[in-house]
Structures are given as structure tokens and as C-alpha cells.
Design a protein around this ligand. Structure first.
Ligand SMILES: [Zn+2]
Length: 208
């Protein structure tokens, strides 16, 4: 009798994108995205366990320079994400990464590349007029001055100014976060003495 050798195909296991929290965790964890324990009625949080996803998370925070970035600014690599035991609601992380993915592909659109060029040129022009060795500046002031140079259908927000500043000055730039959220964030060079920053901040009457 002939025996037929059967090869059994073992389906490849999909990589785990999110790992659930260990059952030994008793305290409810804060979500790194929304900074809450409960979001839309959900308290269950997950760890980011997949390399590609962890890297996207880091890239997204650096792109947005938002509160998530502020909470995770010491993290640079996917390994840092794993090592720091970050928790997040499934919906929060999914939305955050999806928003980033969409924004990135919009940025790569040729029309937007042209706009980016115009923004960069206006940014460079305004920045070259600043005296970083002596002054700190309000982010919203610089944003308005850049917008003044751009075509009327084009404008940027504080986030973009911040991104361009970090791109240009890297670690030599600092941002001061005011407690009063109605006041604009300040930025200054790390090499200027702190007394002159205080003077500049004090002397600024009209915050936007
Ligand atoms: Zn959340």
C-alpha cells in the first residue's frame, strides 16, 4: 500500500502587535496617549510589543511634538519603548498611529512638497532675523511672522514651527511650557543665560 506523505502547512503566526497586560498588574495603568486610566469606558491597557509599531510610535511623537512626546521625550528607539513598560488603550494607539500614517502620506504629496519648500524658505527668513544669543521668543509670534510671508491659502501652526526649530537647532533649543495654557510657549537657545530669558518672558505683555 502506498503511503501518501502529507505536508501539513502550519499557518504562520501573525506577529503580536499589542500584548495584553500581565494579570499580576493590580493597579490600573495610565494610557501613554490619552494620559487617562479609562477611555470611552475602557480601562484595559496594552503594551506595545511589536518592533515596527514601537518605532512608528516614536516617529509619530517626534512628528507631532505633542503631549505624548513630552511624556516620552527620553525615548528614542523601539527598545526604549519596550524597556519603559508603556501602556496604552488599544483604540488610542490605533488612532494615534493611523493619524500619523495618513499625515505622512499627505506630506509626501507633490503639492505639499512645494508648500513645504515655501514654508521652509519663510521660516529661514524669519529665523535669520532673530537674536538667539540674547532673546527668547514666543512660538506664536514666530508662527504669525512666518504666516505673514506665506501665500494667503497657506498657514502653519505652532507645532510646525516647533518641528522646524528642532530640525534646525536639535538639542540647542529649549521650550518653556507656561502653566497658563492661554499664553504662548516660549523657545530659546540653551546657551543664553537664564536671567535674560526671564527678562524676555517678563517683558512680553501680549501673549497670543
Ligand atoms: Zn488612552
Amino acid at each position: 500500500m502506498k503511503t501518501i506523505k502529507k505536508t501539513i502547512e502550519v499557518p504562520k503566526k501573525r506577529p503580536t502587535r499589542l500584548c495584553s497586560i500581565s494579570s499580576t498588574v493590580t493597579s490600573k495603568s495610565f494610557c501613554i496617549i490619552c494620559n487617562k486610566q479609562k477611555s470611552k469606558g475602557v480601562t484595559e491597557t496594552f503594551r506595545i510589543c511589536e518592533y515596527e509599531r514601537a518605532q512608528s510610535f516614536i516617529d509619530a511623537t517626534k512628528y507631532y511634538l505633542d503631549e505624548v512626546y513630552t511624556r516620552t521625550s527620553t525615548l528614542n528607539t523601539a527598545e526604549d519603548v519596550f524597556a519603559n513598560d508603556l501602556h496604552c488603550h488599544k483604540l488610542c494607539i490605533n488612532n494615534y498611529l493611523l493619524k500619523y500614517k495618513r499625515q505622512k502620506s499627505a506630506d509626501e504629496n507633490p503639492n505639499n512638497i512645494k508648500k513645504q519648500y515655501q514654508i521652509q524658505k519663510s521660516f529661514d527668513a524669519i529665523i535669520s532675523e532673530l537674536n538667539f544669543s540674547e532673546n527668547g521668543y514666543a512660538l506664536s509670534d514666530i508662527r504669525d511672522r512666518i504666516n505673514g510671508l506665506l501665500d494667503s491659502d497657506l498657514f502653519i501652526e505652532n507645532r510646525k514651527v516647533k518641528e522646524l526649530l528642532i530640525e534646525k537647532y536639535g538639542e540647542n533649543i529649549c521650550f518653556a511650557y507656561p502653566r497658563d495654557r492661554s499664553k504662548s510657549q516660549m523657545f530659546y537657545s540653551k546657551i543664553i543665560p537664564s536671567e535674560s530669558i526671564v527678562e524676555t518672558i517678563r517683558s512680553k505683555k501680549a501673549y497670543k
